[in-house]
Design a binder for this molecule. Structure first.
Ligand SMILES: [Zn+2]
Length: 174
């Protein structure tokens, strides 16, 4: 299965809402899932990061996400929110479509999301923390949004190089 080209920020296809998938068992949808996994795995191998890939990020306007979290490999087809927590958290994010930029984004701490899996079975995720953030970032892609649209504090936006420097900086002592 081919590794697909990931789009870069500025490509108008990243700002286009994606369509629901009707026939999950269709060969072209199953082939797309294979291609998304191959593309994500290839990206991780080449760049050392990247945990999820939404179909619009490879220019396919369908509501399909593949996601790795700890030891899980999840497929979310037609994901939708059942609920959000009122409480928000703020964390740094970056995106495969513009990985050289980081910024702090506020998002609900906990979400309940329903979606179909690769076999068309219903799944429900009641999640918080990193996984909740990751799923929200990916569903944004299905709606034609990137994290910059989530009103990050502009003063927190930094380059990957600067972010790495900040993370390795020694904490002040004594
Ligand atoms: Zn992204």
């Amino acid at each position: 299965m081919p590794v697909l080209q990931t789009l870069e920020l500025g490509d108008p296809r990243l700002r286009q809402p994606a369509q629901p998938v009707d026939q999950i068992a269709a060969p072209e949808i199953q082939a797309l899932l294979g291609d998304l996994w191959d593309t994500l795995d290839d990206f991780r191998q080449r760049h050392g990061w990247g945990r999820a890939l939404a179909a619009p990020v490879v220019g396919v306007a369908l509501r399909v996400v593949v996601l790795t979290y700890e030891t899980q490999r999840l497929v979310l087809i037609n994901p939708r929110f059942e609920s959000w927590s009122r409480t928000q958290t703020v964390e740094y994010e970056r995106c495969i479509a513009f990985g050289s930029i980081w910024g702090q984004v506020y998002r609900p701490e906990r979400v309940v999301v329903v979606a179909e899996d690769a076999a068309g079975a219903a799944q429900r995720f009641d999640v918080d923390g990193e996984l909740a953030r990751l799923i929200q970032h990916e569903i944004d892609h299905l709606d034609g949004l990137v994290w910059l649209d989530r009103e990050p504090d502009l003063a927190t936006i930094c380059t990957a190089g600067e972010r790495a420097r900040q993370r390795t900086a020694q904490p002040p002592t004594g």
